[in-house]
Design a protein around this ligand. Structure first.
Ligand code: UDP
Ligand code: MG
Length: 322
C-alpha cells in the first residue's frame, strides 16, 4: 500500500528539519512505501530553501510551492491533488501532530474504514481562545452535519484516496471532509492521537478562525442538504450585529423587569429590533453570496491555489493556473 503524507507549510523554517526527521523515523522499518508532500503556502522565511534541500536529497519528498499565501485548506487541497498514494494522511507542519501515530491510523484503514479522523484527546492549546471555541464549534458541526466526531479540527487524519476525489475544498473546509465523505457513503471513524505544543514559531490562527469555521459550516450544511468568501464578509458583521442585538435586548429586558422602567418607544427597544433584523439579514446575504461564489468557482474551474514551482512532482494537477 502506498501512502501520501501531506503537510502544509507556512513559515515553519525551524520546524522543517525535525519534522522531516520524525516522519522518516516513524516510517522507517514499517515497510510502508510513502511519499511526503510538503506544500509551501507562500512562506516568507527560509522554509522553501530548506524544503528544496530535503527534496534534492530524498526523492520521496515532493515539494509544491505556491505563488502566495492561499491558506491551509488550499495547501492541503494542492497536496491531495498531487498525492499518488492509496491512502492520504494530512498533518500539521509544527509537530503538534505526531508522525508516530500514522501506522495506527493506517491499521484502522486496513480494518475497512475510508476515513480515520484524529481526536486530540489531550489537546495542547490555550483554553480560552483555542479549546473553548473548538468545543462549541465541534458541538455545532456534530449537530449540523450528523457525522459525530469529537474533534473535526484535528489535521491528522487518514483518507482512502477515492474519498478525496471530487471533494472540492475551499475556505476552512478541510475539516468537513469526513462529513462530506460520509454523505456519499464513506465509513468514518475516529481514533485518539497524541498532541504536542507547537515545537517552534507561533500559531497562524486566533479566535477569528473559529468564526470562519462556523460560517463555513453553514455553507456545508447547505451543500449537504441540497446539492468563497462573501459569507465571511457579511457573516462576520451579521454575527457581530446579532450579538449586539442580544446585548441590547438583554439590557431592555433588564430595565423593564428589574428597574421597572417603561420601555415602550424607548430607543433601546428600537435599536434591539434593528440589530436583530440586520444581523439575520447580513448572515443570509452572506450565505447567498457564498453559494453564488461557489457556483462561480465551479463554472470557471477557477483554482483555489496557484503553483509557482514543483520539485519531484511529475504530474500537473489542477490549480496550475496555466
Ligand atoms: N498553515 C498554512 N497556511 C496558512 C496558515 C497555516 O499552510 O495560511 C499551516 C501551518 O504552517 C501549519 C498548519 O497549517 O503546518 C497549521 O497551522 P497552525 O499550527 O498555525 O495552526 P494551529 O495548530 O494553531 O491550529
Ligand atoms: Mg499548530
Amino acid at each position: 500500500m502506498k501512502l501520501s503524507i501531506v503537510i502544509p507549510i507556512y513559515n515553519e523554517e525551524e520546524n522543517i528539519p525535525p519534522l522531516y526527521g520524525r516522519v522518516t523515523e516513524a516510517l522507517a522499518g514499517t515497510g510502508i512505501d510513502y511519499e511526503l508532500i510538503l506544500v509551501d503556502d507562500g512562506s516568507s522565511d527560509g522554509s522553501f530553501p530548506l524544503l528544496r534541500q530535503i527534496a534534492e536529497r530524498d526523492s520521496r519528498v515532493k515539494v509544491i510551492r505556491f505563488r502566495r499565501n492561499f491558506g491551509q485548506t488550499a495547501a492541503m487541497a494542492a497536496g491531495f491533488d498531487a498525492a499518488r498514494g492509496e491512502v492520504v494522511v494530512p498533518m500539521d507542519g509544527d509537530l503538534q501532530n505526531d508522525p508516530a501515530d500514522i501506522p495506527m491510523l493506517l491499521s484502522k484503514i486496513n480494518e475497512g474504514y475510508d476515513v480515520v479522523s484524529g481526536w486530540r484527546k489531550d489537546r495542547q492549546d490555550t483554553f480560552i481562545n483555542r479549546r473553548l471555541p473548538s468545543i462549541i464549534a465541534n458541538g455545532l458541526i456534530s449537530r449540523m452535519t450528523g457525522v459525530h466526531l469529537h474533534d473535526y479540527g484535528c489535521t491528522l487524519k487518514a483518507y482512502r484516496r477515492e474519498v478525496l476525489d471530487g471533494v472540492n475544498l475551499y475556505g476552512e473546509m478541510h475539516r468537513f471532509v469526513p462529513a462530506l465523505a460520509s454523505q456519499v457513503g464513506a465509513r468514518v471513524t475516529e481514533l485518539p492521537v497524541r498532541h504536542h505544543p507547537r515545537l517552534h514559531g507561533t500559531s497562524k490562527y486566533g479566535i477569528s478562525r473559529t468564526m470562519r469555521v462556523v460560517l463555513d459550516l453553514m455553507t456545508v450544511k447547505f451543500l449537504l442538504a441540497y446539492s468563497t468568501k462573501p459569507i465571511q464578509l457579511f457573516g462576520k458583521w451579521g454575527i457581530y450585529t446579532l450579538f449586539a442585538g442580544f446585548l441590547s435586548g438583554g439590557a431592555t429586558l433588564y430595565f423593564k423587569f428589574f428597574e421597572h422602567i417603561n420601555m415602550n418607544r424607548n430607543p433601546l427597544l428600537i435599536l434591539t429590533a434593528f440589530l436583530l433584523f440586520m444581523g439575520v439579514q447580513f448572515i443570509v446575504l452572506g450565505l447567498l453570496g457564498e453559494l453564488n461564489a461557489r457556483t462561480y468557482y465551479e463554472a470557471q474551474g477557477k483554482p483555489i491555489y496557484v503553483i509557482r514551482e514543483r520539485i519531484n512532482v511529475g504530474d500537473r494537477g489542477p490549480g496550475t493556473g496555466d
